[in-house]
Design a protein around this ligand. Structure first.
Ligand SMILES: NC(=O)c1ccc[n+]([C@@H]2O[C@H](COP(=O)([O-])OP(=O)(O)OC[C@H]3O[C@@H](n4cnc5c(N)ncnc54)[C@H](O)[C@@H]3O)[C@@H](O)[C@H]2O)c1
Length: 344
């Protein structure tokens, strides 16, 4: 059995964590030979709830789970981490104005980035889930300058899985028969689910998605809007945001980082843009097609982009630039001791 790894989940008393922790603790992400110490961070009022989650984890009697550390203290939560899954954030419902929401989350992710910098291993792999996930990830990465930017990713795998499933249901095949979907850009309704490089395995042969689906109008219309609006549709139906599917997507994302993507296949994740791929500006966390080997994420370059895709790839980048500029302004204000907004 390998030495235990230290895995942090923030927002650990919340609904995504409730679905996520069991899968991580039973070996679905890091493998059945990898023992785990779980660090669970939430805010002080949630500590009693977190105690209940800890009791349930203990009651699962899982062979890989060595220790569970529930805490509201960053120095304890971020100590010696191998993996950080940052789920906790201020949700949209609580702060309705976008600017204020961004500002509140900048404060959280600045603080958690600084805690990664101070306490975590320099090799730590960080996955940001809490929304706005891309921009929160950027702020965390900027606040941890000695940890490589490549170690920071944000979750667009849920959107990716949604796109795979929509195509699979249309073709009457399992979702695993749909490969190389791409989610471009922001985890928001401006994201672009792109199937121009997607293959669908039907009756043993790989077909181009357009050939398999045989309905270009759907693929260029309702398919895209269904994936873009799926989060909203789930909130409308469930009165809560997606949790089971988000937890599954987190597991898929982190398992791919840990074990790599299969040869010839790619997935989607938000990564730091250096400005060298697909005309996406630098200094954004933007979702690209990604291949992973030896725990390193690499953007799949050189895919052909037609005019239909170009406009959509640029539009979501524009939204991310606006978010970044607002967040960076909020970050600068947070650094200013006289500014009353530092309380946010
Ligand atoms: N990227 C994605 O694909 C995706 C998908 C679904 C949900 N989300 C986002 O994930 C986040 C969590 O969703 P949820 O349904 O679990 O929400 P939730 O409200 O059930 O749980 C969030 C938890 O985070 C905690 N929290 C708040 N601030 C914290 C802080 N500073 N440190 C640690 N914990 C803190 C809260 O106390 C709460 O327990 C939301 O922002 C949601 O929008 C992202």
């Amino acid at each position: 059995m390998a030495e235990p790894i230290r895995v942090l989940v923030t927002g650990a008393a919340g609904q995504i964590a409730y679905s996520l922790l069991f899968s991580i603790a039973k070996g679905d992400v890091f493998g059945k030979q990898q023992s785990i110490v779980l660090h669970l961070l939430d805010i002080p009022p949630m500590l009693p709830v977190l105690e209940g989650v800890v009791m349930e984890l203990q009651d699962c009697a899982l062979p890989l789970l060595r220790e569970v550390i529930p805490t509201d203290k960053e120095e304890e939560a971020f100590k010696d981490l191998d993996v950080a899954v940052l789920v906790g954030s201020i949700p949209r419902g609580e702060v309705t104005e976008r600017k204020l929401l961004l500002k509140a989350n900048v404060a959280i992710f600045k603080s958690q980035g600084a805690a990664l910098e101070r306490f975590a291993k320099k090799t730590v792999k960080v996955l940001v889930v809490g929304n706005p996930a891309n921009t929160n990830c950027l702020i965390a990465a900027k606040s941890a300058p000695s940890i490589p930017k490549e170690n920071f990713t944000c979750l667009t795998r849920l959107d990716h899985n949604r796109a795979c499933s929509q195509v699979a249901m249309r073709c009457g095949v399992p979702a695993t028969h749909v490969k190389n979907v791409i989610i471009w850009g922001n985890h928001s309704p401006t994201q672009y689910p792109d199937v121009h490089h997607c293959k669908v395995n039907m009756a043993g042969s790989d077909l181009a998605c357009f050939e398999a689906v045989k309905d270009d109008t759907w693929l260029k219309g309702d398919f895209i809007s269904t994936v873009q609006q799926r989060g909203v549709a789930i909130i409308k139906a469930r009165k809560q945001s997606s949790a089971m599917s988000a937890a599954k997507a987190i597991c898929d994302h982190m398992r791919d980082i840990w074990s790599g993507t299969p040869e010839g296949e790619f997935t989607s994740m938000g990564v730091y843009s250096t400005g060298n791929s697909y005309g996406v500006p630098e200094d954004l966390v933007y979702s690209f097609p990604i291949q992973i080997k030896d725990k390193c994420c690499r953007i799949v370059d050189g895919l052909a982009i037609n005019d239909f895709s170009r406009g959509k790839i640029d539009a979501t980048a524009t939204e991310l630039m606006e978010e970044r500029d607002m967040a960076v302004a909020a970050l600068a204000m947070l650094g200013h001791p006289q500014n009353p907004d530092t309380r946010l």
